[in-house]
Design a protein around this ligand. Structure first.
Ligand SMILES: [Zn+2]
Length: 269
């Protein structure tokens, strides 16, 4: 399948800029552990600036999903992301994992994160990626209520689709994700478990190349999820740089932000 505009494969490079919130949401005790939290600080201090430089070199504009707490604590970094014309998406407040048993809390943190991002960026985000992709039955209703264009949380498809509510299609577009196209399963290490061995960057690039090639052959969307605190290490950054060059070696590809992908899909319906 080729897209109607002649593009064989649309490519989204997305970055979940979690900073320390990833560790705080796992365990509040981590607030007292500067060493643990420094893994998140790395994303803000080193990862994001290095990514912005690399993306500018390739003239690519991407989407950064940011928790409200991170935007509040790293306003200067958020400004840099906005200045370089990347999209900012909603990623919770303090990276809270959705608890389906507590819908009030889910709504509360959604609104808190949204207000914070609106206040700091001066713009309402139109895309939502739930922390750890955990969602609930209520999520689509909340996103529709707040007039979101898209979400990027589900693993039930490769290409975009309209979400359904009570059997009926809604205006909310889903841009699907998958663990194999995420840097965390290969590189995110924890001494407290559950953890995994750290993979060589080239091994991960092989997996991503294989999947890109196979999606390209069929035509569709390639949606990559990375984290500045993880992909920002020098060897991994070089790997991503090389991977972008690899994608660029294919004809009829197009790098798109989440908003562009969702708008395109919505309008071609
Ligand atoms: Zn995240």
């Amino acid at each position: 399948m080729k897209w109607n505009d002649g593009i064989q494969c649309k490519v989204m490079l997305t970055f979940d800029f979690d900073a320390e919130s990833l560790w705080i949401s796992r365990n509040e005790q981590n607030l007292k552990k500067p060493g643990t939290l420094s893994q998140g600080k790395f994303g803000a201090n080193v990862g994001v600036p290095a990514l912005l430089e690399m993306l500018a070199k390739h003239d690519i504009h991407s989407t950064f999903f940011i928790p409200g707490w991170v935007a509040e604590n790293y306003q200067d970094v958020v400004e840099k992301i906005m200045k370089t014309k990347h999209e900012i998406g909603h990623h919770g407040y303090l990276h809270e994992w959705v608890d389906p048993e507590n819908p009030e809390k889910e709504r509360e943190v959604f609104v808190k994160g949204l207000e914070s991002l609106e206040h700091i960026t001066g713009k309402k985000p139109v895309g939502f990626r739930s922390p750890a992709w955990e969602t609930s039955e209520n999520m689509i209703d909340i996103l529709l209520e707040y007039d979101f264009l898209y979400s990027s949380n589900m693993m039930d498809a490769i290409n975009p689709y309209r979400t359904k509510r009570n059997g009926k299609e809604t205006s909310l577009i889903e841009l699907p994700v998958q663990w194999m196209l995420d840097d965390a399963p290969f590189f995110l290490f924890s001494i407290n478990g559950p953890s995994r061995p750290i993979f060589p960057a080239n091994h991960v690039m092989e997996i991503w190349k294989e999947e890109f090639h196979a999606i390209y052959k069929r035509g569709g969307l390639f949606n990559l999820v990375c984290h500045p605190q993880i992909i920002g290490r020098p060897s991994r950054l070089d790997m991503l740089d090389n991977f972008i060059s690899y994608i660029n070696s294919y004809p009829d590809i197009q790098f798109v932000k989440g908003k562009e992908m969702a708008c395109y899909y919505r309008d071609m319906d």
